[in-house]
Design a protein around this ligand. Structure first.
Ligand code: MLT
Length: 435
């Protein structure tokens, strides 16, 4: 079998044979290069054929070895390891190492990685002052995006992106400082004094302490909540070429330092269609109000009055494997934090929707955002913090994608084409002649 495809241009009758390239699995990643389409011209002065794909729905923008998703079968693996295994057996810092470096660490490598990240958790006092400058009611995600970009001015050496040691130091700094910036952003919005990171605490323990510590005493870490947070961080650590990862790669392709590339990624995450989606789910569950109102709500969704938030995904045409794990964890978390009627409403909504042909035919299954907001809220996080909670773990994924892009021999500055739909050449009209 020839690994080519033959195309006939019916405008000219000409035949073209284009090569097909493959990823690791033929059925995931067989592709033609859209540059090969350029030779297809209707006349000699024709520019050549472009691929048109708004939102990249069927365009691979890179080759990547970080995450693998089989959306039809509901599979997600980081560096080949199924997320179910990582969620059950690992912890976030180990997964971050795996995602960034491609392999699970040895004991010594993990200790060194954790030590470095711990040592970079503190932020410069001037960064703290910078954060103080935000309005008292500033959205924590706005603070996070700006503060991460501002880190660029504190580490000018980070511009040396071709130096692996420099890159590693910025990667460790970013993974380390994200929880600190996130917690400071939250405490700023509440007018609470900042709590500094402590060497003796774990990554997740530190974050919870910086968020919720109240008085002089030590923050009492509940092991169940620590575990739950670890699982949630693991599940959000990477998700191949999503909007924010694409922003990290696209901005990074002009070769700035990683702080501005990661700030761009965080900005991509901010919107309600990406990192803000679980907030929409929570608002929907609150609006429904009680379990018995679910059938009525479903009817309204089917009538086109509302969207069912937290259902459906561009890539998954099956249950999002992350949602399954989060759902299983919800009960355990609520056991510690106390019950919320929102979980019952969510379970009922899922049950009815999964039996209803309307949703089944459209392959609308719960995605990761459907249950995560319930857990975060039960743990005491306000809804404004939800996209921030997504940004903390996704930093490892963004950095892995950014580094992979830099090391890719096919790397080019991101520069899509367009299909021009404006007017043909026109004359400039003086203002007194315009109608
Ligand atoms: C993600 O985890 O980034 C979201 O599910 C969005 C996506 O993959 O498109």
């Amino acid at each position: 079998m020839a690994d080519t495809i033959t195309m006939i241009d019916n405008r000219t009758g000409k035949k073209y044979e284009l090569p097909i390239t493959y990823g690791t699995y033929n059925n995931y990643g067989a592709a033609i290069s859209t540059m090969d389409l350029r030779q297809i011209k209707s006349s000699d002065d024709d520019f050549g054929l472009l691929g048109y794909d708004p939102g990249f729905t069927n365009t691979a923008c890179c080759r990547s070895a970080v995450s693998f998703i089989d959306g039809e079968r509901g599979i997600l693996r980081y560096r080949g390891i199924p997320i179910q295994e990582l969620a059950a057996k690992s912890h976030y810092l180990e997964v971050a190492y795996l995602i960034v470096n491609g392999e699970l660490p040895t004991k010594t490598q993990l200790e060194e990685w954790a030590k470095q990240i711990n040592s970079h958790a503190m932020i410069h006092e001037n960064i703290k002052k910078f954060m103080d400058g935000f309005r008292y009611d500033a959205h924590p995600m706005g603070i996070l995006v700006s503060t991460v970009a501002a880190l660029s001015t504190f580490y000018p050496e980070a511009k040396d992106i071709d130096n692996p040691a420099v890159r590693l130091q910025q990667i460790q700094r970013l993974i380390a400082k994200m929880p600190t910036i996130a917690a400071f952003a939250y405490r700023h919005s509440k007018g609470l004094p900042y709590v500094y990171p402590k060497d003796s605490l774990s990554y997740t323990g530190n974050f919870l302490s910086m968020m919720f510590k109240k008085s002089e005493g030590a923050y009492e870490l509940n092991p169940m909540l620590d575990k739950a947070l670890n699982v949630l961080l693991i599940l959000h650590a990477d998700h191949e070429q999503n909007c924010s990862a694409n922003a990290a790669r696209s901005v990074g392709s002009s070769l700035p330092d990683p702080y501005v590339s990661i700030a761009a990624a965080a900005a991509g995450l901010y919107g309600p269609l990406h990192g803000g989606a679980n907030e929409q789910v929570l608002r929907m569950l609150n609006e429904i109000g009680s379990k018995d109102k679910v059938p009525e709500y479903i009817q309204k969704v089917k009538a086109g009055e509302f969207r069912l938030m937290g259902f459906g995904h561009r890539i998954y045409k099956n249950y999002d494997p992350r949602a399954k794990i989060v759902k299983e964890m919800a009960d355990q978390v609520l056991e510690v934090t106390g019950k919320t009627p929102l979980l019952d409403i969510a379970l009922e909504l899922e049950k009815i929707a999964l039996e209803d042909p309307y949703f089944v035919e459209r392959k609308l299954y719960p995605n990761v955002d459907f249950y995560s907001g319930i857990i975060y809220q039960a743990m005491g996080f306000p809804v404004e913090m939800f996209p921030v909670l997504f940004a903390i773990p996704r930093t490892a994924g963004w950095l892995a994608q950014w580094q992979e892009m830099l090391q890719d021999p096919d790397r080019k500055i991101a520069r899509p084409r367009q299909i021009y739909t404006g007017s043909d050449t026109r004359e400039y009209k003086p203002i007194n002649k315009r109608k």
